[in-house]
Design a protein around this ligand. Structure first.
Ligand code: FMN
Length: 209
């Protein structure tokens, strides 16, 4: 039941303690967890931007519906999608498979061709939607890891992606912001920490057939 305790401990932190910071080891754990997230075909159309810069964090507040969590958190994680998922991108995935697993070309070739062809038919909008879904999986994964590691976090859709992209200069890196996750320690007076969880009953939430 330990995992359920961790999931119950976690809550969407509304007020962070601006004077407490995560260790490098804790942040490294979050980076690794992000990178270990399952993604469709294993293509990882994602990048995690890690911000640990109070000035920059303060600049993000007006672009975050004035939510102070981004300024007060120890670090702000911005989950981004890759802007270009083309043939070269898919080929680079198979190059990794070859290098890491030593998989022969004749095994890789048919699957590679299938993937390149199926991605060719997708519009940019299809690709962005597909990639954004992977970002949500990564966010879920990170939230669970935060609970287990007793790192406070607030999942956030309440921000203006275009403004984040501009302020953080993400276009130059070929990525666009999709989700924000401030992480750190809850403030002692964050009253939300003591609120009971509002959830459907298991009977309402689960359909057993
Ligand atoms: C995708 C997503 C976006 C969210 N956006 C925000 C947000 O912008 N600001 C905020 O304070 N909480 C945000 N939340 C937190 C939810 O309101 C919160 O998870 C939900 O009410 C359940 O509460 P709990 O996480 O404390 O158990 C978001 C949660 C998710 C999953």
């Amino acid at each position: 039941m330990q995992i359920l305790d961790s999931l119950a401990w976690r809550y969407a932190t509304k007020k962070f303690d601006a004077n407490r910071f995560l260790t490098t080891e804790q942040v490294d754990t979050l980076k690794e967890a992000f990178n270990l997230t399952a993604t469709s075909y294993g293509l990882q159309p994602l990048r995690l931007v890690v911000i640990n810069n109070k000035e920059l964090q303060e600049q993000l507040v007006p672009h975050s519906w004035n939510q102070r969590q981004v300024a007060d958190a120890s670090h702000v994680l911005v989950l981004c999608i890759e802007n270009t998922i083309d043939t070269a991108y898919i080929e680079s995935y198979f190059d990794r498979v070859k290098t890491i697993r030593n998989t022969p070309d004749e095994i890789i070739a048919p699957f590679k061709e299938f993937m390149i062809n199926s991605f060719k038919d997708k519009t940019q909008e299809d690709l962005d939607t597909w990639a954004a879904k992977q970002a949500y999986i990564a966010m879920g994964n990170l939230l669970t890891v935060c609970g287990v590691e007793r790192i406070d976090a607030c999942p956030m859709e309440g921000f203006v992606p275009e403004k984040y992209d501009e302020v953080l200069g993400l276009e130059a890196h070929g990525i666009s912001s999709v989700l924000v996750l401030p992480v750190g320690y809850r403030a002692e007076d964050d009253m939300f920490a003591d609120f009971k969880k509002v959830r459907k009953t298991i009977a309402e939430s689960i359909l057993e057939l």
